[in-house]
Design a protein around this ligand. Structure first.
Ligand code: NDP
Ligand code: MG
Ligand code: MG
Length: 340
């Protein structure tokens, strides 16, 4: 079994007295900066002028440009969108990344795929919460936390592991459990998880179920409740008690249907295609395609996004959710909550 670290075995001394620059104030950025500050660490935010900048100021942070924040910090945490990190790193971070500092990520993408090549005289590590940024913040406020992975890419100081663990404790993740990994494992499993299961797999499953019912003549509202709304309730049970715990709560009829029909939906062919997806991630084909798509200003991304937003499930869902204000009650005013 893998070693899992918790609060009581982590000493935050190696992070105390150091200045942490959180670059970016989006989903992860706002959570890391605010949690670390409330945990007693010295935090500044580095961000371009705009919506995030204003939010960071409103939340009471010391806010600078990316370059100014990087210049004064010992620990530089990059929480910018993956596809923008290389450009910002080259123009505003690299010159400030002097010997003895730490360069930190929440996802290994750019280091693993050689988009960012750090100098050898700095520590390089990642602390990657396994959950959306807004939950990293919300659970911290509730006295809980989102589990995280950490990985050391380069240990110039000889203290990178201690610093990474202290950082994970500072954002609240060591309340839930922190696990050591490598940049390669974090990057490849994170991309696979979000593509095959969490985001891609789930949205495709929900849509296919919804469409099957609607095309068979059932009411879209019934199909929405059945295939999307109720998914959260089922997943909550899995989250609390695993697959068996969920199956304990459902009827035996549902459980029998689960056993006989689940494998008809996700069969050996599906698993074979999951393996193809994993191959594209491992060979760098997916990363190359995504970087290229960004260089071309996202023609396909934007077209698919537009088409998806016009799907009947979105129209029906919005009307039904407007009648259930409690569904949104847990969500902060923040506009975005991405599991990525
Ligand atoms: P977001 O898209 O939510 O936020 C990005 C932030 O970067 C925004 O504050 C944005 O500001 C700012 N920004 C964008 N471009 C620039 C620029 N050129 N110069 C300065 N600031 C800029 O990112 P995420 O939090 O989703 O992702 C950050 C990292 O965390 C990524 O590596 C991601 O893989 C990782 N991660 C994300 C998870 C998540 O839950 N979202 C989960 C685990 C890891 P503005 O408002 O001005 O655009
Ligand atoms: Mg992820
Ligand atoms: Mg991700």
């Amino acid at each position: 079994m893998a070693k899992v670290y918790y609060n009581n075995e982590i000493n935050e001394q190696d992070l105390q007295g150091k200045k942490i620059a959180v670059l970016g104030y989006g989903s992860q950025g706002h959570a890391h900066a605010t949690n670390l500050k409330e945990s007693g660490f010295d935090v500044v935010v580095g961000i371009r002028p705009g919506k995030s900048y204003d939010q960071a100021v409103e939340d009471g942070h010391e806010v600078y440009s990316v370059k100014e924040a990087s210049a004064q910090a010992d620990i530089i945490m990059i929480l910018l969108p993956d596809e923008r990190q290389t450009e910002v790193y080259e123009n505003e971070v690299k010159s400030e990344l002097t010997e003895g500092k730490s360069l930190v990520f929440a996802h290994g993408f750019n280091v693993h795929f050689s988009q960012i090549v750090p100098p050898s005289n700095v520590d390089v590590f990642l602390v990657a919460p396994k959950g959306p940024g807004h939950l990293v913040r919300r659970t911290y406020q509730e006295g809980a936390g989102v589990p995280a992975l950490f990985a050391i890419y380069q240990d110039a100081s000889g203290k990178a592991r201690e610093t990474a663990l202290a950082y994970a404790k500072g954002i609240g993740s060591a309340r839930a459990g922190v696990l050591e990994t490598t940049f390669q494992e974090e990057t490849e499993t994170d991309l696979f998880g979000e593509q095959a299961v969490l985001c891609g797999g789930t949205t495709a499953l929900v849509k296919a179920g919804f469409e099957t019912l609607v095309e068979a003549g059932y009411q879209p509202e019934v199909a929405y409740f059945e295939c999307l709304h109720e998914l959260k309730l089922i997943v909550d049970l899995m989250y609390e008690d695993g697959l068996a715990g969920m199956r304990y709560s459902i009827s035996d009829t549902a459980q029998w249907g689960d056993f006989v029909s689940g494998p008809r939906v996700v069969d050996a062919d599906t698993k074979g295609r999951m393996k193809d997806i994993l191959d594209d991630i491992q060979t760098g084909k997916f990363a190359k395609g995504w970087l290229l798509e960004n260089q071309l200003n996202r023609p396909e991304f934007n077209a698919i996004n537009q088409r998806e937003s016009e799907h009947l499930i979105e129209k029906v869902g919005k009307e039904l959710r407007d009648m259930m204000p409690f569904v949104k009650a847990g969500k902060k005013k923040a506009d975005k909550e991405v599991v990525a």
